[in-house]
Structures are given as C-alpha cells and as structure tokens.
Ligand binder design. Structure first.
Ligand SMILES: [Zn+2]
Length: 317
C-alpha cells in the first residue's frame, strides 16, 4: 500500500542532549489527501462481534519507525552514520564487514549478532549506529544502543541510590536488538556486583532465541589475536616424524617458533617471538568479562576483526 506520509516525509536529525533524534516533517496537505484514512491517520473497523477497533493508517508507519529510532539512544555524533557512507575502502580486509552489512540489510528476527573487534578509530561505532538506523527506519525493529562503561556507571549510580535492579536491567534484557559498544572498557575487575549484572543481562538475552545482540570492543578475543593458537602449540614434522609441540611458555616453544615463523609471515624467528610475546601479554576480551559471559557472547555473536592492526610492523620497530 502506498505510504502517503513517507512519500513527503523529511527527516531532520537533531542532537538531543547527546543522543540523536529525528523530527519528522511532512506535507500536511498530502497527508490530508490519504486515500486510505482521509487524513485521519487512524482506521476504524467493526469486527464480527460488533466491537469497534481503531488501528493506525499504514501511511503513518513511517512515523512509528521514527519513534523506534528516537528510542534507540544513538549517540548524536553518529546521527549521520549510514551503511552507505561507511568508508569500507579504508579497511585492510573488507569481506567480513561486507557480510556484516549484508546481514543487516536482510535482517530477520532471531538472527545471530556480530562481535566487532579492533582498535579505536576503525569505524566500529559507525557500523553499529548505521545498523540501528537501518533496522529501525527501514525494517521497523526496536533497537537500543548502550555503551558498556556508561552502563556500568549507571549501574553503580542506581546501586548507590537504591534504585531497583530490574528498572535498568529489564529494558536492556528485553529489547529485540541490542548494540553493546566498548565491551570490556573501564570495568573495575574487583567489582562483583557489576560483573553479576552484566552476566545477568547477557544470560537473559542468550536464553531468548528471538533476541539479537551486537557487540563492539577495542579488545580482541583470544582466537582472533592468535593467543589460543600460540598457547596450544601444534603438530610439526621433525626429522620425518610427526611431533606434537606444546605452545607458549613450554620447553617446546623455541622449536615451535623455528618451525612456524615463516608461516606466520616473519623473516626472522626473533621478530615472531617478540610478536607472540606481545600477544600473550596483552589483555583480551576474556580478561575483561567473566568466562561464562564471554562464552555466551561468542555463542550469540560472530567475531569480526575490523581493520586488524598490523602487529608485525609494531613488533619490528
Ligand atoms: Zn492514511
């Protein structure tokens, strides 16, 4: 059915105290000429039992979608972020981000989410906010953006003011599509209360197959960085025999380095060793949330490294 409102609608994005809002403007005259509702914006129906019901005119769906966007809490500095104006050519590897964009454009309820990993300034928040814009305005799905460290400080504030937990957990636990940015940032590791709340939110979303959660983090997970690979060692042929070498920190490690440095793209075993040392010492997402929370996150969201930083160059310096 032709949507009269949408045909003449102009969306004006504004900064409303740090979050992006849309003020809809449309041609009043065109809306009054709506062939379905005659400008009333609602349709009256009488069902077989004689009950009168009122439902919104399909022409007003665009307004409902704007409402959905306005409730998503997109940070205002990303109000102009779209999937189209994301500068994908800046990335070293584009295939995984292209599949993220395709997945958003064909989104269906209950789809799995993504965990975007990579250093600051690689465009992860742009991608999250562009996805929210697409899902709310083009598909009409309720979404919510939360910044992990802001969420933790809200939790702390609520706790100190004796605000019931449910009042901040519920909306985040139930929103059909949640976008959690800056995962793992700024957590006080000793704070069991915060850990428990985050665990509860993630757990509630994990146990409902209709909900989708997207994450972004400046930390890498241990598979993406190579940590697990180096830790586990691997099989090598040594003097014609297949031998299982233990990994990083074991007495086999030097042999592993000798056998693998070329495959890892290094000219010299020492530079691979320095690279591996850096990887093993750095903090990963697994160090920033509980083990259980991370395994739930991995089950809900496929990891994608956005603009993988070149560790080899850093290691060679
Ligand atoms: Zn109408």
């Amino acid at each position: 059915m032709e949507c009269i409102l949408r045909k003449t609608l102009v969306q004006e994005f504004i900064n409303d105290d740090g979050t992006a809002k849309i003020i809809p403007k449309w041609d009043e005259e065109a809306v009054r000429a709506c062939p379905i509702c005659g400008g009333f914006k609602f349709l009256e129906k009488t069902d077989e039992r004689g009950y009168r019901t009122i439902s919104p005119c399909p022409g007003t769906y665009a307004l409902q979608r704007i409402d959905t966007y306005n409730q998503a809490d997109v940070p205002s500095r990303f109000m102009n972020a779209t999937l189209e104006n994301f500068q994908i050519e800046r990335l070293r590897e584009t295939a995984n981000v292209k599949s993220f964009i395709r997945n958003i454009k064909s989104f269906k309820k209950g789809n799995s989410g993504y965990l975007l990993e990579g250093g600051p300034g690689t465009g992860k928040t742009h991608l999250l906010c562009a996805a929210i814009r697409y899902l709310t305005l083009e598909i009409g799905i309720p979404c919510r953006y939360v910044d992990y460290s802001n969420l933790l400080s809200d939790i702390r504030a609520a706790y100190s003011q004796n605000v019931p937990e449910a009042s901040f957990i519920e909306p985040i636990a139930r929103i059909p599509v949640l976008f959690m940015d800056e995962l793992g940032k700024g957590r006080d590791k000793k704070n069991d209360f915060e850990l428990r709340i985050i665990d509860e939110i993630i757990n509630r979303r994990y146990s409902n197959p209709d909900l989708t959660t997207f994450f972004a983090s400046n930390y890498l997970d241990r598979d993406s960085s190579g940590y697990n690979k180096f830790m586990n060692g691997g099989e090598e042929i040594i003097q014609g025999k297949k031998i299982t070498l233990r990994g990083y920190g074991s007495s086999d490690w030097d042999m592993y380095v000798q056998k693998r440095y070329k495959k890892e793209g290094f000219d010299h075993p020492e530079s691979f060793k320095v690279h591996a040392d850096q990887i093993m010492r750095r903090e990963h997402i697994e160090d920033r949330v509980s083990e259980r929370t991370f395994s739930r996150i991995r089950a809900m969201a496929d990891p994608i490294v956005v603009n993988a930083p070149d560790f080899r160059r850093i290691a060679g310096r």
